[in-house]
Design a protein around this ligand. Structure first.
Ligand code: ATP
Length: 227
């Protein structure tokens, strides 16, 4: 394979926090990717409407990525008012980056276990690899905890997992799409929901997300209502 794989991390980023950033950094290093594209979604199809407006979520993501040249902001989804399906985003990226470039869709292990509910989810494997990140596990690439949880998951997802699971991140460099790689990272018990709740309760959000993002939230008075 001639080119280094690119990672893609989509999310509501309402707001972006150190859990997202650390996930991306772990995958960047463990899988030897060249860059990670952060793609804040416009209208998320799987959940209720975001609390902060799209432009503000975009601004917060831009602030959070400052200083890391391997982290790239991708604005393609943010202005869309129709539901943003990952399959469409990956199709567009594939057209831009060419058929041979390995693309890696990053997600938490929790998100992976509901992958079968995503629009046209089986097509995703024709467009990208999937890197599922499980939190709070000692480093190993055997995917054991996710490997256990998958037994209780949707049957088609379980079959796809067993058929596509690769023993090491090297697989991401060997073909453009189609493998599942499981990566471990130390757990950071941070969620956007928790940050919004702390804001509404007038508690500090320091050390949960970059200072620049915390300052932006404070100066714009975001998340003051209970979520
Ligand atoms: P919310 O609390 O509003 O549901 P969130 O913090 O879970 O938001 P999302 O934008 O929904 O953030 O998540 C985007 C991706 O980041 C998902 O794949 C999710 O699994 C992952 N993720 C979220 N929080 C963490 C964390 N603390 N550590 C590692 N990955 C995370």
């Amino acid at each position: 394979m001639s080119s280094t794989p690119i990672g893609i991390l989509g999310g509501t980023f309402d707001p972006i926090h150190y859990g997202h950033l650390r996930l991306a950094q772990e995958v960047l290093e463990q899988c030897s990717l060249s860059a990670i594209r952060f793609i804040p979604c416009g209208t998320p199809p799987h959940r209720s409407a975001p609390h902060a407006a799209a432009q503000h979520r975009l601004n917060m993501t831009r602030l959070a990525l400052q200083g890391n040249p391997a982290f790239v902001l991708d604005e393609r989804e943010i202005r869309r008012t129709d539901p943003c399906y990952t399959v469409d985003t990956l199709t567009a990226l594939r057209a831009e980056l060419g058929a041979q470039r390995p693309l890696c869709l990053l997600m938490g292990g929790d998100a992976f276990l509901s992958l079968h509910t995503w629009h046209e989810w089986e097509k995703l494997f024709g467009l990208a690899h999937i890197v599922a990140v499980q939190r709070g596990v000692c480093s190993s690439h055997d995917g054991r905890p996710l490997g256990n949880a998958i037994n209780g998951a949707n049957a088609a997802l379980r079959d796809a997992y067993h058929a596509r699971l690769a023993p090491s991140p090297r697989a991401l460099h060997e073909s453009p799409a189609g493998a599942i790689v499981v990566v471990d990272m130390p757990a950071l018990e941070i969620s956007a929901t928790g940050i919004r709740r702390r804001c509404a309760e007038k508690k500090s959000i320091r050390y949960l997300l970059p200072d620049a993002v915390a300052d932006y939230i404070r100066s714009n008075h975001f998340y003051t209502q209970p979520c």
